[in-house]
Design a protein around this ligand. Structure first.
Ligand code: GDP
Ligand code: MG
Length: 163
């Protein structure tokens, strides 16, 4: 089976934008039916010569399990449980929020390998948040701009090295 890379983080940090960038050379769409798309998207792709299964999740915000958000959350947790590497995304423009901290604490307990990704760091804008991100206790943040295509080659290299 291919190594599983899961993109996680609170809503609106740019997970799906990053997913689309990394899935650019997709080999196969594993799950892209209506409903499933709502919950998560999954492709097989190549990152620096490594074949991986890449999964985009919805945010893991608090929600009752019987709600749409609750089901999205359950689906995200399922994806994270099988992750060989979690790309935990934060928004370098807004800085670290309580939701990021909450999620980071939860993630550390899951005992999965995590790479911290500071997205929206185009230009020089991400430097401060990237520094602040060290406080999450998830190691060195990798600064990228998924929308502007900055830092992605480095990120792919780091992912390939960690698998
Ligand atoms: P998700 O909810 O985490 O999946 O986030 P999305 O991928 O849907 O992106 C949320 C918003 O952030 C959208 O308006 C994106 O255009 C924007 N966004 C994503 N990546 C970047 C980036 O690198 N820089 C900036 N400035 N905006 C971004
Ligand atoms: Mg999304």
């Amino acid at each position: 089976p291919l190594p599983v890379v899961v993109i996680a983080g609170r809503p609106n940090v740019g997970k799906s934008t990053l997913f689309n960038r990394l899935a650019g050379r997709r080999i196969a769409i594993v799950a892209d039916t209506p409903g499933v798309t709502r919950d998560r998207k999954e492709v097989e792709t190549v990152l620096r010569g490594r074949f991986v299964r890449l999964i985009d999740t919805a945010g893991l915000e608090e929600a009752p399990p019987d709600s749409l958000y609750g089901r999205m959350r359950a689906s995200s947790e399922g994806a994270l449980a099988q992750a060989d590497l979690v790309l935990f995304c934060i928004d370098a423009r807004s800085g670290i929020t309580p939701a990021d901290e909450h999620f980071a604490t939860w993630l550390r307990r899951q005992d999965r390998p995590v790479m911290l990704v500071a997205n929206k760091a185009e230009g020089r804008s991400g430097a401060a948040a990237a520094m602040e991100a060290w406080s999450l206790g998830l190691g060195a943040p990798v600064a990228v701009s998924a929308e502007h295509g900055e830092g992605l080659a480095d990120l792919m290299g780091e992912i390939a090295e960690r698998l």
